[in-house]
Design a protein around this ligand. Sequence first.
Ligand code: KG4
Ligand code: ZN
Length: 337
Amino acid sequence: MDTLILAIESSCDETAAAVVKNGRQVLSNVINSQIDIHTRYGGVVPEIASRNHIKNIDAVVDGALTDAGCTFNDLDAIAVTYGPGLVGALLVGVSYAKGLSYALHKPLIPVHHIKGHIMANFIAHPELEPPFVCLVASGGHSHIVLAEDYLNFKILGRTRDDAAGEAFDKIARVLSLGYPGGPKLEALAKDGNAEALEFPRVSMKDNEFDFSFSGVKTAVINYMHKAEQKNSAVNKADVAASFQAAVTDVLCKHTTMAAVKNGVQTVALAGGVASNSNLREKMLSYADKHGLKLYYPPPVLCTDNAAMIGCAGYYEFLNGNVADLSLNAVASIPLSD
Ligand code: KG4
Ligand code: ZN
């Protein structure tokens, strides 16, 4: 028998709903992005994000059902992101999902946002099976995760300071590119020379898979300040390309090492930064060199969406992980117990 899940995602600045069949078949995937609103402020304003989720969620859920050609009665369960994320933003999706679950008498499935990002790979690649090592690089997180099966995820490495996406966003601001920084910096970097400037690639002695991006960020900021003081011209495209190369070098090196040292033959990318084409190309060449198979989702499944939450929710549902109406939004939740 088929299992139809309505999934809801509202952890940051995307209001999203999707209908997913049997975990991997996406019947609809509606995303209302607030990027244009937050661009005016140079970043996500939590209170404004929450208010816009409230404004949009009805239409987004309606759209997901219509696109999937189904009604509330056809659904088997409601899955929702309950964290990590902006707590006010999460609360909108969680409250809405709880309301639906109560009114429709359908099970409520709590989903961890980062698990969702990793699971996007299962939607894009029906043949993919665990175990694999996944780099999750988004605006709030940079983890190297061992996906042991569909429910258990072990963190092998993590950032000690900024997330990779956060570093992209900050350097984009320094280069006056605006928000969201990642895609804008990537576009500018295409016209630059990645070897023009040497920015640091940091490794930690006590965990070789961990990341630190504050050093590269400071190096770029110092370079820009010095140029300004000397009144010397800056080639912003070279700065963008050299910064991007420093970040993607470390992401690829540590992810590959984590797979090799854990005896895993498959690697995957997830999260907003996984849509970066320099990262994808470089990771492909690292994977080839080490005989690893590489998977990554299309860009629309890398950035925040509800289809990935529907996929993760399906496996939680199969495992009987159902919440009651006391489910709350949580700003920070560990990936594994
Ligand atoms: O996964 P996501 O949509 O939201 C979070 O859960 O954080 O990731 C958003 C992050 C932002 O920091 C954005 O700048 C970054 O992903 N990003 C990129 C690219 N597209 C999005 N970073 C680098 N290159 C890109 N093409
Ligand atoms: Zn995300």
